[in-house]
Ligand binder design. Sequence first.
Ligand code: PMV
Length: 341
Amino acid sequence: MTDIISVIAPINMAVIKYWGKRDEKLIIPLNDSVSGTLDPKVMCAKTSVCARSAFEEDELWLNGIKESITSERLQNCLKKIRELAIEQKSVDEEFLKFKVHICSENNFPTAAGLASSAAGYACLVTALATLYKVKTDISALARIGSGSACRSVYGGFVRWYAGSNPDGSDSIAKPVVDSSHWPDMRVLVLVIADTKKHTSSTKGMKTTVETSELMKHRIQVSVPSRIEKICEAIVKKDFPTFAELTMKDSNEFHAVCLSAFPPCIYLTNTSLKIIEMVHYYNNICGTIKVAYTFDAGPNACLYLLEEEVPKMLSVIKYFFPFSSEDFIKGLKAPPIKEFPI
Ligand code: PMV
């Protein structure tokens, strides 16, 4: 039997965005959020962990490169899991002294607004919790690593509750519906830049919370009014309502980012062109058939039903003739991937 634990976890794409923390250290959000979890077979992180007496230090490899393990969030996850192992006496004392080696890789661009940290931390804490045999709510552990990671521990559509307890004990994720609920739901990810984003989510959130007037409206009015409606639309498989709320939330999130000072600008001209394209398509359809949403980066995520995929791909090819040299040179021609949730 091997002593290496390997886990894969998918990315999730928020339809009601988490943006802003009420507790920076414990990573407790200001608002509830909802996301769809993508098929782990297509876009995922894979993490392997191993603890041995022969290891001299805790060590970390990310996408094949040895990285510093001193990141506060990673240390918080390790510390919490080791504390739980002591509390639950889940492994013997000797094992607890062993150093751990962690190796993680993504099959998609890291830190380009494609929720790579969500998949990464969901994987990491699941692997470590298995290694140390601890029993706990995995979503709460994942949250300590990267907030949105708590939603990646479930399939289907997932809601992360902000909670009200000061220690974050009720800030956990729960499934809205499982992955079998809406079988014809699809996601197209349009990768228009695979470089690292210049303002991290952490920094962007802090600036927004501290300086944006619009943020108050988002937290007090907009998100609370959308969250129940979108969960209901998901349960009822009401695509037009789901899609409208998704696009409105993405637009408001980016407007709020732009209203921070200095502004956090994540969308590019290509992102804006994608927004126009989707509205153009919905308009000629006479009803909402496709929804866009953008995380903290320029890449688009389109939610649509399976029957729309071929039509949407033709529209995308019409709007973005990838063979154009300018496009390829200026923006790196995007691979378009199609994923069932
Ligand atoms: O979990 P973080 O720190 O990577 O923040 C994620 C924030 C967004 O992706 C923009 C929104 C979300 O809910 O996933």
